[in-house]
Design a protein. Structure first.
Length: 378
């Protein structure tokens, strides 16, 4: 990365901090020095937009107001609170780290970069973000927003996907960080905020609103719109799946995914590989010791993960039989209590509809409408 004279680059600090104090969005994790609350927000914000995180953040802290409460929670309760945020390994690592912190004297968080980095699920960026915002330590937090701002500011055309580029940016920002603890606490956030709302991704930078416009080499050289440079991602692998909503007496079948791999340990609707037609789908039902009684609906859905894309065909059908031992037959209340990942959100909505239809029909018939709470179902 071409070196920019730090004596010149240091001129960005005062206008950046002045701009941030006047314009920063009022976000709840910015109004605290509690490392627990800051840490939770940083983990939630990984791979997730701020607008989506706000509601989850409030509900999560209401359920787990302290690190001890998170450490003591059951995994099922934790995953239910995380439902819809995706990347569930983040939640599990949160709890692993919380249990380690809770074991320390008075449940105190490590107050050093290295101590934070040693906790499960905390990498360089999160350790730096918590260290600076909670403890006022001069640790630069470099995320995608910061890389974009800095490469435009310095007219750097190095590949930001290269770890060496990130290290060089971190080093330069580290040399720029202010010395006053109050300024340190907001400096990283100011750079990230600038990247989020002014020096934006996937669009033209809003240079006229930027407090660093006069100091930006990318703008003055006409290269800002082409930066940052990033090598293209590999194409996502496409996987075809057939998902089944098996209805039986006011219940629907679920099963737990394996403890390792994608969506580990979460609840899913039974599914098989490939886009199966009704004949092949019926064969799979027979394999699961279920007999179709009525094929109700067919729908399709798609879900995109980081490296894989699921294309799903879903059959809604009434069945008889108990199915394999790992099938859990759940009523409406149980369905809402269990953590079903957002990959199956379309199916979960359809499952609720199907169960509501069943109970509505039973009421019209004057027959019993109940939900099991134990035994074969929950």
């Amino acid at each position: 990365m071409p070196r920019t004279h730090l004596t010149t680059l240091s001129d960005i600090v005062s206008p950046l901090l002045f701009w941030y104090r006047a314009n920063a969005r009022d976000l709840p994790w910015r109004n605290t020095r509690d490392p627990y609350r800051i840490w939770v927000s940083e983990v939630m914000l990984q791979q997730t937009r701020v607008a989506a995180v706000l509601g989850y953040y409030a509900r999560f802290l209401a359920a787990f107001p302290t690190v001890e409460a998170l450490a003591d929670a059951s995994e099922e309760t934790l995953l239910k609170q995380w439902e819809g945020l995706g990347y569930y390994s983040r939640a599990r690592n949160l709890q692993r780290a919380a249990r380690l912190v809770a074991m320390t004297e008075e449940g105190r968080f490590p107050n050093t970069y290295d101590g934070l980095l040693a906790l499960p699920g905390i990498g360089d960026y999160t350790a730096s973000a918590v260290a600076s915002a909670a403890f006022g330590l001069r640790e630069p937090a470099v995320d995608g927003n910061v890389l974009r701002v800095f490469t435009r500011l310095t007219d750097c055309h190095d590949d930001i996907a290269d770890s060496g580029t990130k290290r060089a940016v971190r080093e330069q920002i580290g040399a720029l960080m202010p010395r006053d603890s109050e300024d340190i606490r907001i400096f990283n956030q100011a750079l990230m905020e600038l990247g989020a709302v002014v020096c934006v991704p996937n669009g033209l930078p809003k240079c006229a609103q930027c407090p660093l416009m006069a100091r930006c080499l990318g703008r003055s050289r006409g290269t800002a719109e082409r930066l940052p440079v990033k090598s293209p991602k590999k194409a996502r692998r496409i996987e075809e799946k057939t998902v089944f909503l098996f209805l039986r007496g006011g219940e629907i079948a679920l099963r737990k995914r394996p403890e390792g791999g994608l969506l580990a340990g979460l609840w899913e609707f039974p599914n098989g590989e490939g886009a199966l037609d009704e004949t092949a789908a019926a064969d799979l039902c027979a394999h699961w010791m279920l007999s179709p009684r009525a094929w109700k609906r067919r729908l399709t859905a798609k879900h995109i993960f980081t490296h894989v894309e699921w294309h799903m065909t879903c059959y809604v059908l009434e069945v008889s039989g108990s199915g394999p031992e790992d099938f859990l037959w759940a009523g409406r209340l149980a369905l809402d209590r269990l953590a079903v990942p957002s990959a199956f959100i379309r199916m979960k909505e359809e499952a609720r509809t199907a169960l509501e239809e069943y109970h509505g029909e039973k009421q019209l018939e004057g027959g019993p409408s109940h939900e099991l709470d134990g035994g074969a179902g929950i």
